[in-house]
Write a protein that binds this ligand. Structure first.
Ligand code: GLA
Length: 398
């Protein structure tokens, strides 16, 4: 530890529990995250706590990383209200946790609900921060009007859906194009089933189109909308975003090759959601996936980082783990994991173009409700009480 880190309550010695092996990993091939969540709720509180947090951090996170990449946080209106000083001190990039998703921002065909998304974008603009545009197309948190009256694989229905998608994307790009430096144009279109490339499970996009063609149209419309604002301004901004990237990398590359070779549209990069576990995936596997993506000519970003304490897939199928106390030893293990991840991320700069953490304080995380409802996780960099955690110290310590 550097002298800049004065410990108040963490057992530094526990930081020696570094690798997955030392800390008790599960099989690297077990399903790490399952499907990621789509709920807008993200409350926590209650449950088992622990005597953690209280690290005194000298310095500002984004400033410390200024020569590597912007450091972002996913936020809601609650965060603007309750964690503004943390955001101002430590971050130079934001993503809207939910507010820019079509289901929230565009609840009816002729109705936009801009309030929360505008508040986040204005907060960023006023402080010279940039943003991730999350997300233009996803199979979850979509408004029902988008698919209303449409028939699967019917050519007229496909045309109507294309028009709806186009006007949604145009509205988003017009409103936030000035502050968004990278768009999650398409989110999670790759199947969880490794024997096929494209997600058909639970996707109305796939169902109506009868294929993965919608992916092309989303990128095409996003590119057109950006170019219409200013020629050349789509450059570097078009990303595909997904989870379990270490498992899905070959499928993702197949999709990117299809876009590039068959549709003539080369996008800019891949967002690794990075909803990681404390013991999975190993950094060597992350690195392997990143190397493949870079070798294929795409940039990277880390778009939704959090580090869960739980392995609910110990042998491949879902077996919910019981809630554990977040002890100082566990916090130190998590800190070591965060430290190793950021060391890896730094080694990929500047091809890794941003790192965004999915929240600020541990009391506001989707992981308290997914995949197990009401189980406290502690996946972020600040405690419920807005105290810096050892994880923050670890990523500042280089
Ligand atoms: C996915 C989505 C995010 C968020 C998380 C969990 O990763 O991309 O927007 O919904 O699930 O909350």
């Amino acid at each position: 530890m550097t002298p800049s880190l004065l410990r108040r309550s963490i057992l530094v010695t526990a930081l020696t529990c570094l690798g997955a092996a030392a800390c008790g990993s599960s099989s690297a091939n077990s399903n790490p995250g399952g499907s990621t969540g789509g709920s807008a709720g993200d409350s926590g509180g209650g449950g088992l706590g622990g005597d953690t947090g209280g690290v005194v951090v000298d310095g500002r996170l984004a400033e410390k990383y200024s020569e590597f990449f912007p450091v972002g946080a996913a936020v809601s209106a609650w965060h603007l209200e309750n964690t503004a000083s943390i955001l101002e001190e430590h971050f130079n990039h934001l993503a809207a946790e939910n507010a820019m998703k079509a289901g929230l921002v565009h609840p009816a065909e002729d109705t936009f609900n801009w309030d929360e998304a505008d508040a986040i974008a204005d907060f960023a603009r006023e402080r010279g921060m940039t943003m991730t545009g999350h997300t233009l197309l996803w199979h979850r948190q979509q408004p029902s009007w988008m698919f209303q009256g449409l028939t699967a694989e019917d050519p007229d229905s496909i045309e109507i859906l294309k028009e709806r998608l186009k006007s949604h994307i145009e509205a988003m790009v017009e409103r936030y194009g000035d502050v968004v430096t990278n768009w999650d144009v398409v989110n999670e279109a790759i199947s969880d089933d490794g024997s096929k490339v494209y997600r058909d499970e639970g996707s109305d996009w796939y169902r109506i189109f009868g294929s993965h063609e919608y992916i092309y149209w989303a990128f095409h419309y996003a590119k057109e909308a950006l170019e219409a604002q200013e020629p050349g301004s789509s450059a570097g901004k078009l990303y595909y975003n997904d989870y379990n990237i270490t498992l899905k990398v070959d499928q993702i590359l197949e999709m990117l090759a299809w876009l590039e070779e068959e549709k003539g549209l080369k996008i800019d990069g891949v967002g690794d959601q990075a909803h990681y576990r404390i013991d999975w995936p190993p950094t060597s596997e992350i690195s392997r996936a990143y190397d493949k993506i870079l070798a294929a000519g795409y940039k990277l970003k880390v778009s939704e980082l959090d580090v869960s304490l739980y392995n609910d897939y110990p042998s491949g199928s879902f077996e919910p783990a019981p809630e554990v106390e977040f002890t100082p030893a566990l916090e130190a293990q998590q800190a070591a994991r965060y430290g190793a991840l950021f060391e890896l991320f730094r080694s990929y700069a500047p091809d890794l173009t941003s790192v965004t953490v999915w929240g600020i304080t541990d009391d506001r995380t989707w992981l308290d409700n997914e995949p197990v409802s009401g189980r406290n996780d502690h996946p972020l960099l600040w405690t419920d009480d807005k105290e810096p955690k050892a994880a923050l110290g670890a990523i500042m310590d280089f």
